[in-house]
Write a protein that binds this ligand. Structure first.
Ligand SMILES: Nc1ncnc2c1ncn2[C@@H]1O[C@H](COP(=O)(O)OP(=O)(O)O)[C@@H](O)[C@H]1O
Ligand SMILES: [Mg+2]
Length: 317
């Protein structure tokens, strides 16, 4: 039986940029790595981009934290960690073609406060770096078919994508304006940029995801799917037979403890099912479920396992 979700991956990887966002701690980095691996397993050249100096991807895959230099992290998969400082240096040096001048200015006491004073500069400079990555070519072909952006947590994630537009409004004309317009055209193009909302199967995060979706404004049509990360396996017992079994087992002292544990799992599974359904019907877009893996921290192989689950369209419903 075929489920609609594999088509989700096809559709997703038809975009050059996949922006993975959601609330902090919901699994954005995990899902970004799994998506990058799923793309690479399809023979696409993929890169996972961390931003704001996050350095989770390298260690998650058993490697050193990533620098501001592209590194291979898995077969067919590259990764890079972007900071606004490094991206700004690259940008300025490219404009003035003289690194010494950049350092002379960057070390001056006005530079830091200047950067902090320009609203959204830290954001747009990093979005600009992602834009630049998508223009890189090797042998006349794009260097990467798919760029997976492990975006900042929501709240901030929204202003992030909108930062080129804000820069355009602020500058009106000039080279900054022209660059911002180019970057905005890229991130706001539903053909080229897709958004994935990551959440986990509990009431509060799901509510926050619905709020985020509602607040996405013009970016809303770009949301390709939501990923529910950390879904627990349902117990094998059928729901309707359980209450009778539970009351019987509770009368048997040697079974009481495991019966209660099973009951807790039944309840959790039912609650997770309910929030998944709520998310699905409220969003009206595919919701892909990834399993909870009972290991902390996750091992490099676990990301391969999650990529495989993505390939078959997530867990069944
Ligand atoms: N499916 C999963 N099973 C088990 N642990 C997970 C799963 N997804 C994420 N985690 C763990 O949850 C924590 C938060 O995940 P992470 O991807 O770093 O979230 P975020 O990037 O949104 O802050 C990490 O310790 C991660 O290893
Ligand atoms: Mg993260």
């Amino acid at each position: 039986m075929s489920s609609p979700a594999p088509a989700t991956l096809d559709a997703l990887f038809g975009h050059r940029l996949v922006v993975v966002t959601g609330k902090g701690g919901t699994g954005k980095t995990t899902v970004s790595i799994a998506l990058g691996m799923a793309a690479a397993r399809r023979g696409l050249r993929a890169i996972v981009v961390e931003v704001e100096g996050a350095m989770r991807v390298g260690p998650a895959l058993g490697r050193a934290p990533l620098p501001y230099t592209v590194r291979p992290v898995a077969p067919g998969l590259d990764a890079l960690s972007v900071t606004s400082e490094a991206a700004l240096e690259e940008y300025v040096v490219r404009q003035v073609r003289f690194r010494g001048l950049y350092h002379a200015v960057a070390r001056s006491r006005v530079f830091g406060p200047f950067m902090d004073a320009v609203p959204g500069l830290h954001d747009i400079i990093q979005v600009g770096k992602v834009y630049d990555l998508h223009t890189e070519t090797v042998g006349g072909r794009p260097r990467w078919d798919v760029i997976v952006l492990d975006a900042p947590a929501t709240g901030h994630g929204l202003t992030w994508l909108a930062s080129p537009l804000h820069m355009m409004e602020m500058t009106v004309s000039g080279p900054f304006h022209v660059n911002a317009r180019r970057v905005h055209a890229f991130v706001s193009d539903p053909e080229r940029t897709a958004v994935v909302l990551v959440t986990f199967p509990e009431t509060l995060p799901v509510n926050e995801t619905l709020d985020l979706y509602a607040g996405l404004g013009p970016f809303q049509p770009q949301v390709a799917c939501s990923v529910l990360d950390g879904v627990h396996p349902p117990p094998v017992l059928p729901d309707d037979a359980w209450p009778a079994a539970l009351s019987r087992l509770e009368t048997l002292p040697e079974w009481r403890e495991s019966a209660r544990l099973t009951d807790r799992r039944m309840r959790r599974s039912r609650a997770e099912g309910a929030v998944c359904q709520r998310l699905e019907s409220a969003l009206g877009i595919p919701v892909v479920r990834l399993p909870y893996l009972p290991r902390t921290p996750l091992r490099p192989d676990d990301y391969v396992a999650l990529a495989e689950v993505l390939e078959v369209g997530g867990l069944g419903r």
